[in-house]
Design a protein around this ligand. Structure first.
Ligand code: G
Ligand code: G
Ligand code: MN
Ligand code: NA
Length: 250
């Protein structure tokens, strides 16, 4: 298709870019890390969302190439950040069905000289369901090298609490659907409170996604959630703007 060909060309021509969104300590607003988010503006098609082109690349079998390009770009940019600042990177579910994924990620980090301890990989529940055994092996290999794993979009999709026990995660990211309803919907508040308590018991870090309002920050803090991201703290921005953002804060 036209879109597929345009995306293949964009990858070859290095035209798919990576932007970064801050992840902050809600108590003192220090920046802890950034989530890398793929961005592509095609000269003819205009802005194409990663929600469209990532699934397309998965379906057509070139998600590995796309993801390698994105990780290389993201890690290269992150080399200019303070050493304690982590890089959070989204893995697609198809990548967790391919046993070669762990070694390919570690090889990219090695070539760039990016410390695996600074990398967090975000995976979704769907990803660990489709190919559980392979996903287990990939996650174990990455964690042995120091990479941390975050369960993304928690609470939506095929949630099973058992997965928090069966898989070794380091962090849980509460889906923004709960965060955006915090101020208006008591049920969301109960759900977030329960997730925070459960994660505390399991010694998992909790990150609230999609924070847009100061009211949400206040409720999250009262519920014991101390890490978050969202437009309230910063929209995804390119690597130059991200560096400027870091300089301004230090
Ligand atoms: O930032 P935005 O709302 O446009 O992202 C839309 C979706 O695309 C989200 O689900 C996000 O996780 C996903 N996404 C963004 N960047 C990447 C990426 O580099 N790799 C993968 N696999 N997914 C990404
Ligand atoms: O699926 P994942 O959580 O990786 O996707 C992150 C998506 O959420 C990205 O597309 C990003 O642009 C978007 N996002 C980040 N912060 C906010 C926010 O505060 N509000 C909304 N509506 N979207 C956000
Ligand atoms: Mn994510
Ligand atoms: Na998410």
């Amino acid at each position: 298709t036209l879109l597929e060909q345009a995306l293949r060309n964009a990858i070859i021509n290095d035209a798919v870019d990576v932007h970064f969104q801050p992840i902050v300590n809600l108590k003192n607003e220090t920046v802890l890390g950034f989530e890398a988010l793929a961005r592509w503006i095609d000269p003819e098609l205009g802005f194409v969302s990663p929600a469209v082109f990532v699934p397309l690349a998965e379906e057509r079998g070139f998600i590995d190439t796309l993801s390698e390009t994105l990780l290389r770009k993201a890690a290269e940019a992150a080399l200019s950040w303070p050493r304690e600042t982590f890089l959070s990177f989204n893995l697609s579910s198809a990548q967790l069905t391919d046993p070669a994924t762990a070694s390919s990620i570690l090889a990219i980090l090695g070539r760039i000289g990016f410390d695996p301890h600074r990398l967090v990989l975000e995976i979704t529940e769907t990803a660990v369901v489709t190919s559980a055994d392979t996903a287990h092996c990939i996650i174990a290999e990455l964690r042995r090298a120091g990479v941390r794993i975050a369960l993304d979009d928690f609470g939506t999709g095929q949630s099973s609490l058992g997965r928090l026990r069966d898989f070794a995660f380091d962090k849980v990211k509460i889906d923004r659907a709960f965060v955006s309803r915090l101020a208006s919907d008591p049920a969301s508040e109960h759900i977030v409170r329960a997730i925070v308590a459960m994660c505390e018991g399991l010694q998992l870090q909790v990150v609230a996604e999609g924070i847009e309002e100061v009211t949400e920050v206040k409720i999250l803090k009262a519920l014991g959630c101390s890490i978050g991201q969202g437009y309230f703290y910063g929209r995804p921005a390119d690597s130059a703007a991200t560096l400027a953002y870091l300089k301004e804060r230090n």
